[in-house]
Design a protein around this ligand. Structure first.
Ligand code: HEC
Length: 285
């Protein structure tokens, strides 16, 4: 009897497992179809492109940031992107990672006005930034951001490189991907014409982004002595690397810990194998 009941319970669990598997499979199918394989093609499914791969210095298990590149990227951010995009999760003192010294960081912070409270009146005011402050917001609120940007909000860039798939490559491709809408697209999808105030960019999810191309001319930013030529592609790479650092400042520590752990595990495996050999050495088959 107990056996029979046990069997029934087992059957019940197996049945539920099968049911939930089928249920899961069914609910995944519409997701697949959205990527354009099972339903009619759309402009996005046909013309969206995946980011081009850049050989970043921080790729691979031994990857490291290139300080000079991060400084150039910070320069591009400050001189171009900061007009619209904040970097609100990053504190000025973190810029020490880029190789800036204390005096330089103080000067960078001082050039920004950050929100504060007047100690006498309690009124909201601003003061010059200190290394402990974070980069201030560009717009006081979303309404102001929309009003200044054709009804689109420039997102905060602190975590952008992690918020998008293949972040650094994506940002680089996005910045260098602005172009004319292909004639073939308009022929196939006459309704998909890029709207007023939007810009065609095949790397952006819906192909039409509200940001005008921010990097348009070689030499838009002047790099210091001994640095590479500031071509549009170079500036885009540099600012993407900088945003990668902003989103993951501890990348180098993470990678070197990973390598250490792997070495430890290999060593542990060898020890375990030797112990096994030792324990069974005297036993007959
Ligand atoms: C004139 C204002 C302006 C400038 C300057 C600007 N952007 Fe933007 N950016 C925007 C707006 C507006 C959006 C939102 C676009 C949308 O949602 O369609 C945006 C969106 C983005 C996005 C998000 C794309 C996504 O996948 O959602 C990234 C990344 C970005 N900008 C990077 C940059 C970088 C890097 C620079 C500097 C080289 C820069 N932007 C300069 C206005 C600007």
């Amino acid at each position: 009897m107990v056996r029979f009941l046990g069997g029934l319970v087992g059957l019940f669990f197996a049945g539920m497992l099968l049911l939930s598997f089928i249920w899961g499979a069914v609910s995944v199918v519409p997701v697949l179809s959205e990527h354009g394989k099972l339903v009619a093609p759309t402009a996005e499914s046909e013309f969206h492109e995946h980011p081009r791969q850049v050989a970043w210095s921080f790729n691979g298990p031994f990857g490291k940031y290139d300080e000079a590149q991060l400084q150039r990227g910070f320069q591009v951010y400050s001189e171009v992107c900061a007009a619209c995009h904040s970097l609100h999760q990053v504190a000025f003192r973190s810029l020490a990672d880029l190789g800036y010294n204390e005096a330089e960081i103080k000067a960078i912070a001082k050039a920004h006005q950050v929100p504060a409270i007047d100690p006498n009146t309690g009124e909201a005011t601003t003061h010059e930034g200190t290394p402990a402050d974070k980069f201030p917001l560009v717009y006081p609120n979303d309404v102001a951001a929309r009003a200044a940007n054709n009804n689109a909000i420039p997102p905060d860039l602190s975590l952008m490189a992690k918020a998008r798939h293949d972040g650094a490559n994506y940002i680089h491709s996005l910045l260098t991907g602005f172009r004319e809408q292909p004639a073939e697209l308009l022929r196939k999808f006459p309704d998909a014409k890029t709207g007023e105030g939007l810009h065609y960019n095949p790397y952006f999810a819906n192909l039409n982004i509200a940001m005008a191309p921010p990097l348009t001319a070689e030499g838009q930013v002047t790099y210091g002595e001994g640095q590479p030529k500031p071509t549009v592609d170079q500036m885009a790479q540099d600012v993407s690397a900088f945003l990668m650092w902003a989103a993951e400042p501890k990348l180098e520590a993470r990678k070197s810990t990973g390598v250490g752990v792997l070495i430890f595990l290999i060593f542990g495996t060898v020890l375990a194998y030797m112990a096994y050999q030792n324990i069974w050495a005297g036993k007959e088959h």
